[in-house]
Design a protein around this ligand. Structure first.
Ligand SMILES: [Zn+2]
Length: 349
C-alpha cells in the first residue's frame, strides 16, 4: 500500500512539474516586463511604432519612459533622441524634449546658460557660439539682451563685416552698418515724385504708390506730408557723408549719416518725410508725425530708427525716416516693437 501511495505521489509531482513547464512554454513572459517595465508602461510602449518598440527592447530600462510618452509635445519620431540626450546630459524631461523638438540637439555641451538661450523667443541656433562669446564679454547682460544684440550683429563693430545685401529679398532687404550695397547698385523701377507729394526726386514705384495712398489718407485728416529726401545714389550719399565729416568729424557724422553703400536711401525703399512747413528737427512736434507714427504700418512703412533703439540700429532717433517692407511685415514690426535688424535676423535672413 505504501509503495502504491509513494508511486502515486511521484506521478502527481511529475505531472504538476510537467504542466507548469508546459504553461510557461506556451505563454512566454512579456519582454518589457522582463526588462523591468510596469504593466502600465508596457501598455503605453505597445502603442508605439515597431521601430521604437524594438529600440526599447535593445536598450536598458528607461525609468522616465512614461513621462516622455505622456507629455503633450511628445513626438514619436524623436523618442530615440530624447533618450540619448536625456542620458548624456542629465537634462530635465521638459528641456530634453524642447531641445530635440526644435532640432537644437547637435551640439556638445548643454549647460544652464546654453539651455536658457535656447528658450529665448528669438534664439537663432546657428548664432549660439556668438551668444556665448558675447555673454562672456558682457556678464551683466540679461539673456534676452544678449540675443537681441547678437541678432543685430552688435558683437561686431559697425562697418567691419560688409555682408552683401541679399537683393533677392526685394522689399525685405537689409541695409545697415553691416550690410553694404555695391557702388553701382541702382534699384529697378525708380519713378519721379510729383510736386505735391514731395521733392521731384525718385522712389521705387511700389513704394511710391503706397506712399501716395498714405499721403491721401493723411490729407483726408487735413494733414500734409512732404518727402524731402527719397532715393539717393551712391555718389550722392558719398558727397553727403563727406560734407558731414568735414563739418562735424567722423565720429559724430557716423551717428546720423550713413557711409556710402550703407544707406537705406540707396535702396529706393526709404524716404525722409516732413511737412511743407517743418524741418527734420521739428517734424516730431507736428500733427503729421502723431498720425504717421500710428498709421505708417497700414501702408507698409516702418519708422526705421526708433527712439531708445539707437544702439541696435546704429542711428539716432529719426522720426522722419520711413522704410517700406510691405503691410504684413510692417504691421508685425509695429506690433512687436522689434527693430528691423532684429526682425531680419529672425524672420527674413
Ligand atoms: Zn533718411
Amino acid at each position: 500500500m505504501k509503495k502504491v501511495l509513494g508511486l502515486l505521489c511521484i506521478i502527481f509531482i511529475t505531472l504538476t512539474v510537467f504542466l507548469v513547464w508546459k504553461q510557461n512554454k506556451s505563454e512566454p513572459k512579456n519582454p518589457y516586463l522582463e526588462k523591468g517595465y510596469t504593466e502600465e508602461e508596457v501598455r503605453k510602449i505597445e502603442t508605439l511604432n515597431e521601430a521604437n518598440q524594438s529600440y526599447l527592447l535593445e536598450t536598458d530600462y528607461q525609468s522616465n519612459i512614461l513621462e516622455y510618452l505622456s507629455a503633450t509635445d511628445f513626438k514619436e519620431e524623436n523618442l530615440k533622441e530624447y533618450i540619448r540626450l536625456g542620458l548624456l546630459y542629465g537634462l530635465s524631461i521638459e528641456d530634453t524634449m524642447y531641445i530635440v523638438n526644435h532640432q537644437y540637439n547637435d551640439i556638445e555641451t548643454y549647460d544652464a546658460k546654453t539651455v536658457a538661450f535656447m528658450h529665448e523667443p528669438y534664439y537663432i541656433h546657428e548664432y549660439l557660439e556668438r551668444y556665448l562669446n558675447y555673454s562672456n564679454n558682457h556678464q551683466d547682460f540679461e539673456t534676452s539682451s544678449v540675443i537681441t544684440n547678437v541678432n543685430s550683429n552688435l558683437d561686431y563693430a559697425f562697418y567691419t563685416q560688409d555682408y552683401t545685401v541679399d537683393l533677392d529679398k526685394r522689399y525685405l532687404i537689409l541695409v545697415n552698418k553691416y550690410y553694404k550695397l555695391s557702388s553701382d547698385y541702382v534699384p529697378d523701377n525708380l519713378v519721379t515724385i510729383e510736386a505735391k507729394y514731395g521733392k521731384s526726386l525718385s522712389l521705387e514705384s511700389t513704394v511710391y504708390e503706397q506712399y501716395k495712398l498714405m499721403w491721401n489718407a493723411a490729407k483726408q485728416e487735413g494733414l500734409n506730408l512732404y518727402i524731402c529726401s527719397p532715393y539717393r545714389s551712391y555718389s550722392t550719399q558719398l558727397g553727403l557723408y563727406n560734407n558731414y565729416v568735414a563739418q562735424d568729424g567722423k565720429v559724430a557724422a557716423d551717428t546720423y549719416s550713413a557711409r556710402a553703400g550703407y544707406s537705406e536711401h540707396q535702396t529706393g525703399l526709404a524716404f525722409d518725410v516732413i511737412t511743407p512747413t517743418s524741418t527734420l528737427a521739428t517734424f516730431q512736434y507736428t500733427k503729421e508725425f502723431e498720425w504717421i507714427k500710428v498709421h505708417a504700418h497700414e501702408y507698409g512703412f516702418i519708422l526705421r530708427y526708433p527712439e531708445g533703439k539707437e544702439y541696435l540700429t546704429g542711428y539716432v532717433y529719426e522720426p522722419w525716416h520711413y522704410r517700406y517692407v510691405g503691410v504684413d511685415v510692417a504691421t508685425k514690426i509695429y506690433e512687436t516693437g522689434l527693430t528691423y535688424e532684429e526682425y531680419y535676423a529672425y524672420y527674413v535672413r
